[in-house]
Design a protein around this ligand. Structure first.
Ligand code: NAD
Length: 692
């Protein structure tokens, strides 16, 4: 990418500005540069949104970037056929067959402003005269093409880039409202467009189950749908409740002469249509329709983000034509973002690494500062009682920085009383105990949630950073009975792993190599990996620096905890936590088991200088001659930071053998230089540092 400063991140990727200087204030060169950055960012946002289903920014922010790009292209004559303003959506993904659509699946021109809707109607009037419009809800789901030949479902595909999409027929067949066979007097060939979605109630239930199983919940029903339809295993899709509304004919061997006439036939053929379709004869009525739907929105069991106004007559549609991106016969009149006040639909309980229970409110999705929020923390039972929050209450939701949203206050009380935590753990059924304002599951590592989280932490960014061991694989390994403690990681063997679904020789080998390479971790990493409350990588580094060996540290923690307070970063609370941790029988046993397999190295954190100060390194894959932990320790000893994940603040990603894909992708997105081991050694040599 051609950015002036190679190390700078594209400013439109994360937290981009949405207020721009007027286009007249830019010189041509500035405009060109901004257009280039915007194109690159919009392409990346499209990929994250359509392909990964994990957008980085809110839709409103994306819309502002897109509009800016279009404005600049128009004002400076910079249109280009490869610009994202000239195409739709994302590329198809590799795992599915790519299929060409029967007819292009375009996007819809859209706005939340009444004056833009009127402008659309004026243009229609100018070009084709008076028309009737069909008004429909704009479903916020995933757009798909369904092809029926002789009444049989032959193919279902995602929109992809509008021309080609992913063939997800096997998944679509598991959706109850997608007929395998049409009824009545259907055309021999029929390609229809429909929107697949997850009903709101099913979404809440599904998210609750995910939270309680310790999985990451989906941000909103649209993401849940997109993530589900792209599952490789149709059984997973069948297990998740999806529905469809059909809303357009893409092509048919026998066409009606209006959209409304076609829609009327859909139910006759078994194609589900929303009951809210309305035929109107002028734009004022279409605007009224949108206002009424805005009021009805919360009563529907599916998400809508506006209404679509479509010219009814087929010949007028044809005459209006299309641009590369959208059909000119339709316009989406979007709803404004929701207010940050919303009802609590349900409460799920999350169990953390230390057994702490966190109640999570499941909300009707609501817009908070441009981000759709569908869950919010209720923190702890004391706070719930204080705020008197219960299921059904309407609450105000807040977000503070990156922290997960929380319920600030009740604005409308639905019933008496407040939510009470269960007295048994939802995962392992052990008794729940209160400790001050908080509640804990007493199951310890016998509780699957605590066990999984401890292992994930040990293997995670703040622990020993074992690539290939993350949330999904830990769940699989625990469910298969292969891990009953953190130490069991060191007992895994090839046969166990390759017998698991989705594991091949290579992935098994990589994980075993990672585990093997972690047998002599730097002391600081080992201390952090134990997951002792309040002891993260920074405190662990200070402790390692102070005590040098694990035994010296443990003895002090057990016998003279007050001495720990001499260490920077350690106060009375942390010293007490450390003492309690090492004097608990269960923890002592768990640490003892680990030490059978692992020998933390003596720390020499003090020995370096500060040559690498202000640099941040991330390592991935295995290096020759040294472990990743040792490489990290070396750069840290010389004043640099070594972190577990790549962000805009990373200076170098050092890539060894079998590197992780996510870190590489993140480095590319953030424009972080990627160096191999030789380059890394050369870089250190420039500072007179030898990697041994
Ligand atoms: N946050 C991000 O990074 C990001 C990235 C890309 C796109 N987006 C968002 O996606 C949207 C643009 O995506 P898009 O091009 O898919 O447009 P869109 O989803 O807003 O509108 C077009 C879609 O509307 C659907 N639709 C629903 N009901 C319909 C009906 N009754 N009739 C016709 N079509 C109907 C169609 O399936 C069609 O695909 C924007 O709102 C944008 O903010 C966000």
């Amino acid at each position: 990418m051609s950015v002036a400063d190679e190390d700078a991140e594209n400013p439109y990727l994360r937290d981009p500005p949405t207020d721009f200087a007027s286009v007249e204030e830019l010189s041509e060169d500035e405009a060109r540069e901004q257009v280039e950055l915007l194109r690159e960012a919009v392409r990346e946002h499209d990929r994250r949104y359509y392909v990964e289903s994990e957008p980085l920014i809110a839709d409103r922010t994306y819309d502002a970037l897109f509009a800016r790009l279009r404005d600049l292209e128009d004002a400076f004559g910079l249109e280009h056929p490869d610009s994202p303003t000239r195409s739709v959506g994302g590329e198809p993904i590799e795992e599915f067959d790519t299929v060409e659509h029967v007819a292009p699946m375009l996007s819809i021109d859209q706005s939340g402003e009444e004056e833009d809707v009127r402008e659309f109607a004026d243009r229609v009037q100018r070009e084709v005269g008076d028309v009737d419009y069909v008004c429909e809800p704009k479903f916020d789901g995933v757009s798909m093409e369904f092809v029926y030949e002789d009444g049989r479902l032959e193919r279902a595909a995602t929109r992809g880039d509008g021309r080609e999409g992913d063939d997800v027929t096997r998944n679509a067949r598991t959706i109850g409202s997608v007929p395998q066979k049409l009824h009545g007097d259907y055309p021999d060939f029929l390609a229809v467009r429909g929107e697949v979605y997850m009903p709101k109630d099913a979404f809440q239930k599904h998210n609750r189950e995910r939270i309680e199983r310790g999985e990451e919940p989906f941000a909103n029903p649209r993401n849940a749908t997109a993530g589900t339809i792209r599952q490789l295993d149709p059984a997973v899709v069948a297990d998740r409740p999806l529905e469809v509304f059909f809303f357009d004919v893409l092509e048919a061997s026998d066409l009606e002469d209006s959209h409304s006439a076609e829609l009327e036939r859909f139910p006759e053929w078994g194609l589900r249509v929303t009951e809210h379709v309305k035929l109107v004869d002028d734009i004022d009525e279409a605007i009224d329709y949108r206002d009424r739907m805005l009021e009805a929105r919360d009563d529907l069991n599916y998400e809508i983000d506006g209404t679509v106004i479509k010219v009814d007559a087929r010949d007028a549609r044809e005459e209006l034509g299309r641009t590369a991106r959208h059909d000119r016969y339709a316009f989406a009149y979007k709803f404004p973002a929701r207010a940050e006040v919303t009802p609590i639909v349900d409460v799920a309980v999350q169990v953390g690494r230390t057994g702490r229970l966190t109640p999570v409110a499941l909300l009707e999705p609501v817009d908070v500062g441009g981000v759709t929020v569908s869950r919010a923390s209720l923190h702890n039972p004391e706070e719930i009682a204080e705020k008197n929050v219960g299921i059904g209450d309407t609450v105000r939701v807040q977000r503070a920085g990156d922290v997960i949203p929380y319920v600030e206050e009740v604005v409308e009380k639905d019933g008496e009383g407040h939510y009470e935590l269960p007295d048994h753990c939802p995962i392992c059924d052990s008794a729940v105990e209160r400790d001050g304002p908080m509640a804990f599951c007493t199951g310890g590592l016998a509780c699957d949630a605590q066990l999984r989280r401890s292992i994930e932490y040990y293997a995670g960014d703040d622990g020993l950073d074992l690539e290939g061991i993350g949330e999904k694989s830990v769940r699989q390994l625990v469910d298969a009975g292969l891990l009953e403690s953190v130490a069991d990681l060191y007992e895994l063997d090839r046969e166990d792993l390759t017998a698991l679904e989705g594991w091949g020789e290579t992935s098994a080998e990589n994980v075993l190599d990672e585990v093997e390479a972690s047998r002599e971790p730097p002391l600081a990493d080992f201390l952090s990996a134990l997951g002792i409350p309040h002891v993260g990588p920074t405190t662990a580094r200070e402790l390692a620096r102070e005590f040098g060996t694990f035994d010296a540290f443990r003895e002090t923690a057990e016998a003279e905890p007050e001495r720990l307070e001499d260490v920077p970063d350690v106060g009375e609370t942390v010293a007490k936590q450390l003492h309690e941790f090492f004097t608990s029988e269960a923890n002592a046993a768990a640490v003892g088991d680990l030490l059978e397999h692992v020998s933390p190295q003596e720390s020499d954190l003090e020995s370096g200088g500060d040559e690498l100060e202000s640099l941040t390194f991330v390592f991935t894959g295995s290096l020759e001659g040294v472990t990743r932990g040792e490489a990290q320790e070396t750069v840290e000893a010389h004043g640099a930071n070594a972190t577990g994940s790549v962000s805009g603040n990373t200076d170098y990603l050092v890539v060894g053998e079998n590197p992780g894909q996510t870190k590489r992708d993140d480095a590319e997105v953030n424009d972080v230089p990627i160096v191999d081991e030789d380059e890394f050694r050369d870089l250190l040599a420039e500072y007179g540092i030898d990697l041994e």
